[in-house]
Write a protein that binds this ligand. Structure first.
Ligand SMILES: Nc1ccnc(=O)[nH]1
Length: 398
């Protein structure tokens, strides 16, 4: 089965036609339709590899109205989440996750790695709910489930048992925030042990504050154990002196780790306790990239106690990477596109023959215009199929 996407433009500004063959890009260039071939007219739209979301807490999405964050910071967010049991009910979680996924797919996101809570408050209910959602949406988006496991009662044995249960319930990767637990090193060891035992990778919350630096310890253990580790947040690395940040970035690279920065949530949560010169909740993106670390960016939270805003649109994150993270548009787009896919263990993709047909066509002039305006006008292909289409019209009389 082939389909011809005619009259698009690449990020280089050149016109391009794309022939999709099954779920791959077959050829690119100036192409004429084959007899009987389906043709989609792209009308000059900008064509990019589809976006990927490497880190989003779908189980909490859209709960800001259920639980107010009294202090606005991370502790306040966690307190309100723990206090409201209705936020953790399976059916409601599935409904909210579906709502968020519709927005993500419409925005051009065809791979989403979600962080789903498991622990003493609700066991593996949310993982089970998301495993069902993953089946429902499989034709439209690749959903990866990270079990964000908190240490339950029962210490290390209970922790390890819960990590196993989370995988049995459908999680793809294991996570958590070991350094927020009572015995951080033990919590990290349990994660590494079960990851090795079950042959999965870890996707951990690391240093989501300005004052704890544990990324170097995680890197040392990742290197020694051989477990592939993704570290999310790494906020404190962004406020360390350059020389120290470089040293840790080198250790992270040597351990084969990758890093996910979450600008929207961490700009919201961190730096509230000072009156001026507020530090930014982003990691040291440039030092990590210079050391050879893949750095991706994600939404983290969407309209919940951890982050009151968010549109489930990677271009919103890319815009923050330009303004708050001082990234060039091409890097910002990569961090929510091909680098995010690499961090998620997927093929990087791209506009090349043989790449997966994961594409988004946007009503935008170029990459900068796309990031600045985040236009609604988008067509989205996943595994070679058109999975979402939003066409907008504007009528301004001048
Ligand atoms: N930033 C976050 C930390 C923990 N849980 C969340 O949902 N978000």
């Amino acid at each position: 089965m082939t389909e011809l996407l005619r009259g698009g433009r690449g990020a280089d500004g050149q016109g391009v036609d794309i022939r999709i063959v099954d779920d791959l890009i077959g050829e690119l260039g100036t192409l004429t339709p084959l007899p009987g071939e389906a043709v989609v007219d792209l009308d000059g739209r900008l064509v990019l590899p589809a976006f990927a979301e490497p880190h989003v807490h779908l189980d909490k999405a859209f709960t800001a109205g259920l639980a107010a964050n009294q202090t606005g910071d991370l502790q306040g967010a966690m307190a309100s989440y723990s206090a409201v049991a209705s936020m953790r009910q399976g059916d409601a979680i599935a409904d909210r996750a579906m709502r968020a996924l519709r927005l993500f797919v419409a925005a051009g996101t065809t791979a989403v790695r979600c962080q789903i809570g498991a622990g003493r408050l609700s066991g593996v209910t949310a993982i089970e709910a998301l495993a069902k959602v993953r089946e429902q949406v499989s034709a439209y988006v690749d959903l990866q489930i990270v079990a964000h496991v908190g240490v339950p009662d029962g210490g290390a044995a209970g922790h390890r048992a819960l990590l196993h249960r989370a995988l049995d319930a459908g999680a793809d990767q294991l996570g958590g925030n070991p350094f927020s637990e009572d015995d951080p090193d033990l919590a990290l060891e349990s994660c590494l042990e079960v990851a090795l035992d079950r042959g999965v990778e870890l996707d951990l919350h690391v240093d989501e504050s300005f004052d704890s630096v544990t990324l170097d310890r995680v890197a040392a253990r990742a290197l020694e154990s051989g477990v592939r580790v993704v570290a999310a947040h790494c906020v404190s690395l962004g406020v360390l002196p350059d020389s120290q940040a470089k040293e840790i970035a080198a250790a992270v690279a040597a351990a084969g780790m990758s890093v996910v920065t979450l600008p929207m949530t961490n700009l919201f949560l961190q730096g509230r306790d000072v009156l001026s010169a507020k530090p930014r909740g982003l990691t040291a993106i440039d030092a990590l990239r210079a050391a050879g670390v893949q750095v991706a960016a994600g939404s983290d939270n969407v309209r919940d106690p951890f982050n009151l805003v968010g549109r489930c649109d990677p271009l919103e994150i890319a815009s923050l990477l330009v303004t708050a993270g001082h990234q060039q548009p091409v890097h910002a787009a990569g961090m929510v596109g091909s680098e995010a896919r690499t961090v998620m263990g997927l093929p990087a993709g791209g506009l090349v023959a043989g790449a997966p047909a994961e594409l988004v066509a946007l009503g935008a002039d170029d990459l900068g215009d796309a990031i600045a305006r985040a236009p609604g006008d988008r067509l989205v292909w996943h595994r070679g199929q058109l999975v979402a289409q939003t066409v907008t019209t504007t009528d301004v009389p001048f």
